[in-house]
Design a protein. Sequence first.
Length: 311
Amino acid sequence: QGKPKGIQIVELGPGRGTLLDDMLRAMSNFKECYETIDGVHLIEISPGMRRIQRLKLCGNAENVRKDNVEVVSRESDGLKFFWRDSIEEIPGRWSIIVSHEFFDAMPIHRFELKKNGWHEIIVDVDDSEDSPHHFRFESSTEPTSPVAFTNLPPPEKFKTGDRIEISPESWKISNQIAKYIHDNGGASLIIDYGKDFVQGDTLRAIKRHKFIHPLCSPGLADLSADVNFRDLKESAKGLVNTYGPITQSKFLQTLGIKTRLSMLLENAPPNRREILVSSYRRLIDPLSMGEIYKVLAFIPKGSTGVPVAFE
């Protein structure tokens, strides 16, 4: 795609801003590229998380609202940061779009296959005295809207009693990313945990760093489910070229994480070295984050070559 004169950096669900901060710091080592960045866009709907991100990335720089968009100019280098509600609000320009642990937080619908087809699994009230949650998962007895309007896989490929999870919202946002790259150029990296096929019963809840039952504390726990990367690729069909998903271990090792570790260890004090090695192993170990985390890439059709790490 050559050397665009102006680029945008976009992250969906930037969390505490750590990944974006690391990305920009790494890119600043390549002056010619860094100076072409004419905007950093954060897709974030939570006012609380926006404040955390703003402090991390921009310090105490003044926040200005313009056309319902928060804008901050960083004092150190003049880089402009924009906080937006959706990818549809981003100006049409060549962009690098990144998401990390974003799609796993998207809402899902769950279905169970019965003799007469797919039935949605719904939440019902549990009035029994020994109920620990006072709610329960129940297969619907009558057809529900998601059964009619969700693109469900053919029942013939499954057996009675099988369950699946479908995320229409993930499909929609992935499709928006693909359309954006198709129309404006750029590239997208989706990093998340999941598989390259439809799954069932991966819904989980975490509260105070511990796993709990998903119905235990409604509204007080973080809910997530494994990403179906095949669906994300399907949403991009005909719009962009997709590569992967590949494991995080392969992605990082191909990009030279071992060499980077060696460089950091050279000047690190003894107590810091142990932390660096432990973090390295956690990122690439198949029994830790190395295998469950996957990386998927979108680039425009007609691009020459294969993205690095996806060869």
